[in-house]
Design a protein. Structure first.
Length: 157
């Protein structure tokens, strides 16, 4: 009987360990202040550079594993969905992409970053189009202190 309880305890511990290893990522706490704001601004500028370079893999990895890219055609959830959508480029070539910060606010373990974006792109027909508008990005800290986008929305004017 004692062996049965020992075996039961070992199985319970194994199940707990499995649950702990597979639990969803929890963002690290955020320190309020100028250091955090500079880090978010730097992460935003890196993201803008990736957008200009049209690097689908790097852009999708800038999002948290459960990150969401809100779009008019419906949200993309998770890195794989974001990467797949970006790889399905319809012949548009990004010429430049920039983001300018207006506000940075704190929301628990997240930083909400809002501002303006400008994108210049060459369309498949050869014409150049410029898009301007507002963005809102919710940033969270990754397990190694890196900043990930948890949610991003662009609102063209």
């Amino acid at each position: 009987m004692k062996r049965f309880f020992v075996l039961l305890a070992v199985l319970a511990l194994a199940a707990c360990q499995e649950m702990l290893l597979n639990k969803p990522y929890q963002p690290a706490p955020v320190n309020y202040g100028p250091t955090t704001e500079r880090q978010v601004e730097a992460a935003s500028q890196r993201f803008a550079s990736l957008m200009a370079a049209q690097d689908a893999s790097a852009i999708s990895n800038a999002y948290s594993p459960d990150g969401v890219w809100e779009r008019q055609s419906g949200p993309l959830r998770g890195r794989d969905a974001i990467r797949t959508a970006l790889e399905a480029n319809t012949g548009v070539r990004v010429l430049s992409f920039g983001m300018r910060t207006e506000y940075i606010t704190y929301n628990g373990p997240a930083v909400v970053h809002t501002g303006e974006f400008t994108q210049s792109a060459q369309l498949p027909n050869g014409k150049t189009a410029t898009n301007v508008g507002k963005f809102e990005a919710t940033w969270v800290r990754g397990p190694r202190g890196e900043w990930w986008i948890h949610r991003m929305i662009f609102r063209p004017k």
